[in-house]
Design a protein around this ligand. Structure first.
Ligand code: AMP
Length: 233
C-alpha cells in the first residue's frame, strides 16, 4: 500500500482520463473499476452505490429513491445529474473519473456533456461491456458484496474462502436487495430501453469501445487498458 506522499508522486505523472463504464447489471463494471481506478489515479463514481448510501442514511433523497430502486426503475435524471456534478469536483477526481452506472439515459448523457464542456473537458472513452441477458442471471443471483470495500464475489464462479465472509477482512458479506429474478428483469428492461441509446450517443461521437464481457476478467482488464491508453503517456 502506497502512503499518501508516494501516491501523490505516483499520480502526478498520470494523464487525465474521463471514462464511462456502461453495461447491464452483472456485466462487470464494479469488478473492473478498482484496478483501473488505482492504475490511472481516477475516482470511481458509482451512482447506484451513492444512492444506496443515501437510502441507508435515510436522507430526503434516499427516502424518495428507495421505492424506485426497489422496483428496478430509474430515479429521476435531475437527482443523479446533481449527485454526479457535485462528486466530480472532489480532489480524488483531479486526474479524472470512472462513471459506473451513469449516464443511463440520453438526457443524463447530454447534461454530462454540457457540464464537462463548461470546464473545457470531455469524456475520453466509453467502455461498453456487452453480454447476453441470459448470462446475467447466474452472475447477479450469485453475487455477494463486501460493503466496506465494494469487493464482490460470486457463489457459483468466484466464491469467498469462507462462505459469507470477506477474504481480506473476514467481515460479513451482504446481498443487494434488487439482485432478484423479478428485479433483474425490470433492470434489464430499463437498460435496453433507456441506456442502449446512451451507448449509441457516444458511438456516434466515436468514443465507444465495445468489449465482450463474458471473457475472463483479466483479459477484459487488458482490453480496457488498451482502450484507455497508457496512463503515463
Ligand atoms: P446499480 O447499482 O448501478 O445497478 O443501480 C441500482 C439502482 O440505482 C438502479 O436500478 C436505479 O434504480 C438507481 N440508479 C443508479 N444509477 C442511476 C442512474 N444513472 N439513473 C437513474 N437511476 C439510477
Amino acid at each position: 500500500m502506497l502512503d499518501s506522499l508516494q501516491r501523490e508522486a505516483f499520480c502526478s505523472k498520470k494523464k487525465e482520463t474521463r471514462t464511462i463504464f456502461i453495461g447491464p447489471p452483472g456485466a462487470g463494471k464494479g469488478t473492473q473499476s478498482p484496478k483501473v481506478q488505482d492504475e490511472y489515479c481516477l475516482c470511481h463514481l458509482a451512482t447506484g452505490d451513492m444512492l444506496r448510501a443515501a437510502v441507508a442514511a435515510k436522507t430526503d433523497m434516499g427516502l424518495k429513491a428507495k421505492s424506485i430502486m426497489d422496483a428496478g426503475e430509474l430515479v429521476p435524471d435531475d437527482v443523479v445529474v446533481g449527485i454526479v456534478s457535485e462528486a466530480i469536483e472532489a480532489p480524488a477526481c483531479k486526474k479524472g473519473f470512472i462513471l459506473d452506472g451513469f449516464p443511463r439515459t440520453t438526457v443524463q448523457a447530454q447534461k454530462l456533456d454540457e457540464i464537462l464542456a463548461t470546464k473545457g473537458v470531455a469524456i475520453d472513452k466509453v467502455i461498453n461491456l456487452q453480454i447476453d441477458d441470459k448470462m446475467l442471471i447466474r452472475r447477479v443471483l450469485g453475487r455477494w458484496i463486501h460493503p466496506g470495500s465494494g469487493r464482490s464475489y460470486n457463489v457459483f464462479s468466484s466464491p469467498p474462502k469462507v462462505p459469507g465472509q470477506d477474504d481480506v477482512t473476514g467481515e460479513p458479506l451482504t446481498r443487494r436487495s434488487d439482485d432478484t429474478v423479478d428485479k433483474l428483469r425490470s433492470r434489464l428492461k430499463a437498460f435496453h430501453k433507456q441506456t442502449q441509446p446512451v451507448i449509441d450517443h457516444y458511438e456516434r461521437a466515436g468514443k465507444t469501445v465495445t468489449i465482450d464481457a463474458k471473457q475472463d476478467k483479466n483479459i477484459i482488464s487488458d482490453m480496457i487498458r488498451k482502450a484507455l491508453g497508457d496512463p503515463d503517456a
